[in-house]
Design a protein around this ligand. Structure first.
Ligand SMILES: Nc1ncnc2c1ncn2[C@@H]1O[C@H](COP(=O)(O)OP(=O)(O)O)[C@@H](O)[C@H]1O
Ligand SMILES: NC(=O)OP(=O)(O)O
Length: 311
């Protein structure tokens, strides 16, 4: 039985309409495409990002009242987006399973990802979250507290950036493994997992957003996936992205694309983590990884679209 890990980007889910209706619609369309794989007997493992969603939720915290209704911290906001996006997937998948008369269960699992307390990323925020701002709008930004750090995001405008430590361990993996063995479709590690650090016997939530591309690669390695599929809002990976001579990559070895990673050719916070995560998975398992558009998921599964990175 083929096993794939599918990771959906937060920006792909929230393309240009931040309403929950529009995001549910995007999730539903993806699920409709993924269900064929399940119908053909494949084991599907779903994970997703939360960058735009968790940033929007943090903005909503600014309406908080410090006494009666205090603002919620970033780790808990991450957990809340795991819950909301997980619910959209679970709900859409359940509907589709019933429609197709497939006797399978699906479950969204709250997942904590252990990170190192001394990860240098805590001192160098790189993870873009929330909405995009035009450069001119930055100065007068009403809601921007002085401690926010902003970064240009792949030619699309400026976004707030927060620390993004590397995933070390998926705390709930033993339970996830049992769910997979039972043939249940798991929706796991949303937003890269809730970042927690070890303190003695405790796990303490920390102010960060893990890159779901790295946690997806880790999960794909752990479950020995046949393929890692990273779905985003662009058809594939490009060399010289956004330049007049940009070139789409259709098929590339991990060794070849590693040279372009080493030359720092991909945008930080957007395409670089995807390419690095894909290469990490290919090198560890020998199996291929594909990066492509959410809308092309059917053709990506059949190998007809997206950028394939292989051994
Ligand atoms: N070299 C590149 N090739 C393709 N897209 C790129 C590249 N560099 C930057 N990008 C941008 O990265 C985006 C995908 O990253 P992002 O929006 O962060 O993903 P996600 O869907 O995971 O939230 C694309 O839509 C594109 O605008
Ligand atoms: N957490 C995370 O990686 O989110 P995006 O996919 O939205 O960047």
């Amino acid at each position: 039985m083929a096993k794939i890990v599918v990771a959906l980007g937060g920006n792909a889910i929230l393309a240009n309409d931040a309403s929950d209706t529009a995001q549910k619609k995007a999730v539903k369309a993806t699920v409709k495409a993924l269900i064929n794989f399940v119908e053909n007997g494949g084991q599907l493992i779903i994970t997703h990002g939360n960058g735009p969603q968790v940033g929007n939720l943090l903005l909503q915290q600014q309406a908080a009242d410090s006494d009666k209704n205090p603002a919620i911290a970033l780790d808990t906001c991450g957990a809340m987006t795991q819950g909301s996006i997980g619910y959209w997937f679970q709900n859409a998948m359940q509907e589709e399973l019933v429609l197709r008369k497939i006797d399978k269960s699906v479950v969204a699992m709250v997942t904590q990802t252990i990170v190192a307390a001394d990860d240098p990323a805590f001192h160098q925020p790189t993870k873009p979250i929330g909405p995009f701002y035009e450069e001119a709008a930055l100065k007068g930004l009403q809601e921007k507290p002085p401690d926010w750090q902003m970064m240009e995001d792949a030619g699309r405008g400026y976004r707030r950036v927060v620390p993004s430590p590397q995933p070390v361990e998926i705390k709930e993996y033993p339970a996830i493994k049992k769910v997979i063995e039972a043939g249940i479709i798991p929706i796991i590690s949303g937003g890269g997992g809730i970042p927690v650090v070890k303190s003695g016997d405790q796990l303490i939530g920390t102010e960060a957003v893990i890159d779901k591309d790295f946690s997806a690669a880790k999960i794909a390695e752990l479950v020995e996936a046949d393929q890692l599929i990273i779905l985003t809002s662009v058809g594939g990976v490009f060399y010289r992205f956004g330049k007049p001579d940009q070139e789409e990559i259709f098929d590339v070895t991990a060794k070849e694309i590693q040279k372009h990673i080493d030359a720092d050719e991909f945008a930080k916070g957007s395409m670089m983590p995807k390419v690095k995560a894909a290469v990490q998975f290919v090198k560890k398992t020998g199996n291929p990884a594909v990066i492509g558009a959410l809308d092309d998921v059917r053709q990506i599964i059949t190998g007809d679209k997206g950028t394939v990175i292989h051994q």
